[in-house]
Design a protein around this ligand. Structure first.
Ligand code: SME
Length: 156
């Protein structure tokens, strides 16, 4: 299980130590991926709001063809289009699912956002059907919220 509190604290310390969002997002992905055997692929997609495209910032896991995903497509693009996290227990039931790996059974997408403004998302795939609980979503959301804060702080 992801210890979100510890990770959020470390990300905050990195920020205070002068690290920029690029390094902080890589640290978040690496730590989430290493925290739980059910998390087989972990990545961050960032939203280009002008082109309405999600682009893959960094990931841990197998290579993927889906480095760019239009808003509205797949589980990732749906999360942005609907402005809601997606916890998919069985990806075979999703019509417009974009398969990164044939082994993936479940997917969790948690938005990185400040209010209505969406910056991107943390995407986690699992080889286990029904892998993700509400506790997983809450823990990942805590990390996503810290990342949103970091992204916001770089704008000023
Ligand atoms: N399965 C995602 C695409 C990204 S891969 O999981 C890395 C989707 O349907 O949007």
């Amino acid at each position: 299980m992801l210890e979100a509190g510890n990770l959020v604290k470390r990300l905050q310390e990195m920020r205070e130590g002068g690290y920029l969002s690029d390094a902080i997002m890589r640290e978040a992905v690496k730590t989430i991926a290493g925290s739980d055997d059910r998390y087989d692929w972990v990545g961050i997609y960032l939203l280009n709001p002008d082109e309405k495209i999600l682009w893959l910032h960094n990931y841990v896991g197998e290579g993927t063809e889906h480095a760019r995903i239009p808003v509205g497509e797949g589980v990732c693009g749906t999360a942005v289009a609907e402005g809601r996290n997606q916890n998919v227990a069985d990806v075979t039931e999703i019509e417009n699912y974009l398969a990164c790996s044939p082994k993936t059974k479940a997917e969790l997408v948690v938005l990185i956002r400040a209010g209505d403004e969406i910056f991107g998302q943390i995407d986690i795939d699992s080889h286990e059907t029904g892998a993700f609980t509400d506790e997983d979503e809450e823990a990942v959301q805590a990390v996503a919220d810290k990342l949103a804060e970091v992204v916001m702080s770089e704008r000023r």
